[in-house]
Design a protein around this ligand. Structure first.
Ligand code: SF4
Ligand code: SF4
Length: 147
């Protein structure tokens, strides 16, 4: 009989404890969102894949196709090519590709760029069925933003 009442007390206490926790949670601010219908603001320090920065004054890229990012990338996932344009002394960017499957988001390319032409994007919801889908044409992405 004593055991019966002891179990009853423990069970009742545990029920009350649970209800206290649930009631407290009811009045706390909601931190979850209904993804994908709702999305949260990404923090400024978030590192998505790298992107070329659009120079707002010239409405084009700042990259001078020096290749320093390509050479310094420890994962060898950047491919940069420049081309000579008639009438211009310096070459211009012709290709900028990234194999995001290899990128470790180390930031070396962003830091080393002499013209501050690279930044991390805030894209976090990336999903695909093939590795090739993560091979990005970064120059094309920028050109789409210019148009
Ligand atoms: S992004 Fe910067 S480091 Fe890379 S090729 Fe262009 S200018 Fe050079
Ligand atoms: S963040 Fe690091 S690994 Fe990724 S492309 Fe830049 S240098 Fe390479």
């Amino acid at each position: 009989m004593k055991r019966y009442f002891s179990d009853l007390f423990v069970g009742g206490k545990s029920l009350v404890d649970g209800l206290v926790v649930t009631t407290k949670a009811l009045f706390q601010p909601i931190v979850t969102v209904q993804y994908p219908r709702e999305e949260i603001d990404i923090t400024p320090n978030f590192r998505g894949h790298i992107d070329l920065i659009l120079d707002p004054e010239k409405n084009t890229f700042r990259c001078i196709a020096c290749g320093m990012c390509e050479r310094s990338c420890p994962s060898e996932c950047i491919q940069v090519k420049g081309k000579k344009v008639e009438g211009k002394k310096k070459k211009t960017l012709a290709l900028f590709k990234l194999d995001f499957t290899k990128c470790s988001l180390c930031g070396t390319c962003v830091e080393i760029c002499p013209t501050q032409a690279l930044e991390f994007s805030n894209e976090y919801n990336l999903a695909a069925f093939s590795k090739e889908a993560f091979h990005y044409d970064i120059l094309k992405r920028l050109e789409e933003r210019i148009i």
